[in-house]
Write a protein that binds this ligand. Structure first.
Ligand code: NAI
Ligand code: MG
Length: 488
């Protein structure tokens, strides 16, 4: 059976779904026959197994993607590529542990992303250049070739869309490795690839962990470009490996984004914005506004109001419609965040939370936590926690806010809250960040560029910037002067 991703397996005590990965248009097991378990973060139970892909599987996928690129995909018209992306936009599925209400939003965003790049596929134009000769000179845009894409677990299907859609629009073929925590939704989506006209080998999904499947993908000589979203540590490793083959790389590495509140901001909105900016998706967000900078004259009132509101956040399993915050994705992530909570209790004061909730006997939950009187030099102000943890830092004036905001190795996002448009724009221009929101934090649009400054990485996803990452530029010079060149 090769046409579906799943089969029921009763080899264990309870029934788990056995998934296969997708290579060259077929659902297959790993060459080694090994599998790994996938968990439900709310019950800690195993819900599925997936093939533990390794170097042999990556090679099979990269060869298939290379054949698909040369034998057909690169000559499929932009119109047809666009139509395939439109059909992808119509497909639906998902599963990851987060509140169902947020998953529905992600589904919309995923569909919109395929739609956007479906439209953009036919608008990738070259240029005609005004060279000073009897000639026509062109800049042609061509797909790079096989793209290797490695994604994290916090927005499993949406991250897949952000990577696959622009690559296909550009005419590239893809080997994508989902995060080992969340490979299911993209494999379900792959069941419909053939039906929507995506030729075998154009998109391959290899499941497996970072060292086993991610590292050989980055090192594979047929892979001409690597797109990665994840930790800065792995980003550095990828860049080192890619250097040996001078491979194109784009990296989105998260951050420690400042969310800045001036005393003239709308107070109620500001408090909401601080919570939304930090706690959405359990704080497992690359652009989380987890460094909350508050002007001194509203500081005390702000901390009290934020803490009071945070206490009302309803924790529970993602599938419950009443849930406002779900469990973290894995025991490993829960332990990592719990480690920061311990550090934070020694570095600052606790306004609310600070531990793991007592009301659940199962599930990797963490209390929404607000630390205040945090020094910007503290670990909880400098390191990405990737959990529902806010560090509140007081500031005196505009210059003080800008200085603190930029004192960070990262520069993915930032937000500024004020009703003074002059101040807003002065601060916007001073912030070292790839995305800056004014009087909001987190809204993300497929039309607008996404990516960071400094150690948050480089390259931009989404919008027309996203497709640039998958294109080469070829200079073409056509001589129109029939006279002999006559040099020698
Ligand atoms: P990670 O960076 O280890 O994993 C992200 C992806 O990279 C996964 O698909 C993983 O299998 C893959 N990977 C891991 N090691 C690799 C290697 N040597 N070569 C190629 N691919 C490799 O992130 P992890 O361990 O899940 O989380 C650790 C921290 O990273 C989090 O606490 C958070 O701070 C940060 N992170 C940032 C994200 C972002 O959106 N920028 C997303 C996920 C995590
Ligand atoms: Mg890791």
């Amino acid at each position: 059976m090769t046409s579906t991703a799943t089969a029921k397996s009763k080899t264990r005590k309870s029934e788990v779904t056995r998934y296969r990965m997708y290579i060259d248009g077929k659902f297959v097991d790993a060459a080694s026959g090994k599998t790994f378990d996938v968990y439900d973060p709310a019950t800690e139970g195993v819900i599925a197994t997936c093939p533990a892909g390794g170097a042999a599987d990556i090679d099979r996928a990269a060869q298939a993607a290379t054949r698909a690129f040369h034998d057909g995909w690169r000559s499929v018209t932009a119109q047809e590529r666009g139509r395939i992306l439109f059909r992808l936009a119509e497909l639906e599925t998902l599963n990851s542990g987060k509140p169902i209400v947020e998953s529905e939003y992600d589904m919309d965003d995923t569909a919109t992303c395929f739609e956007y790049y479906g439209g953009l596929a036919t608008k990738i134009n070259g240029e005609v250049l005004p060279v000073p000769a009897e000639a026509v000179a062109l800049a042609m845009r061509e797909p790079i070739g096989v793209a290797g894409q490695i994604i994290p677990w916090n927005y499993p299907l949406m991250m897949a869309a952000w990577k696959i859609a622009p690559a296909l629009a550009a005419g590239c073929t893809v080997v994508l490795k989902p995060a080992e925590q969340t490979p299911l939704s993209i494999l379900k989506l792959a069941e419909d690839f053939e039906a929507i006209g995506l030729p075998p080998g154009v998109v391959n999904i290899v499941t497996g962990d970072g060292p086993g499947a991610g590292a050989p993908l980055v090192a594979h000589p047929k892979v001409r470009k690597v797109a990665f979203t994840g930790s800065a540590e792995v980003g550095k490793t990828i860049m080192r490996t890619a250097a040996d083959q001078l491979k194109r790389v784009s990296l989105e590495l998260g951050g420690k984004s400042p969310n800045i509140f001036f005393s003239d901001a709308d107070f109620e909105n500001a408090v909401d914005g601080a919570l939304f900016g930090t706690f959405i998706n359990q704080g497992e967000v690359c652009s989380a506004g987890s460094r909350v900078l508050v002007q001194k004259d509203i500081y005390k009132k702000f901390v009290d109001a934020a803490a009071a509101k945070a206490k009302t956040i309803r924790l529970g399993p993602g599938v419950d419609r009443e849930t406002k915050m779900g469990p973290l994705v894995s025991a490993e992530q829960r332990d990592r965040v719990a480690g920061y909570l311990k550090t934070g209790r020694g570095e600052a004061k606790v306004a609310v939370g600070g531990g793991t909730p007592k009301q659940f006997d199962k599930g990797w939950y963490v209390e929404p936590t607000i630390f205040y009187d945090v020094d910007n030099g503290a670990k909880i102000a400098q390191e990405e926690i990737f959990g529902p943890v806010m560090s509140v830092i007081p500031f005196k004036d505009e210059a003080d806010a800008i200085r603190i905001a930029n004192e960070s190795p990262y520069g993915l996002a930032a937000a500024v809250w004020t009703r003074d448009i002059f101040k807003a724009f002065r601060v916007v221009k001073s912030l070292e960040a790839g995305i800056v929101w004014v009087n909001h934090m987190q809204p993300t649009f497929v039309e607008a560029p996404w990516g960071g400054y400094k150690m948050s990485g480089f390259g931009r996803e989404l919008g027309h910037w996203g497709v640039e990452e998958y294109l080469e530029t070829k200079q073409v010079f056509i001589n129109l002067d029939e006279k002999p060149i006559g040099w020698y």
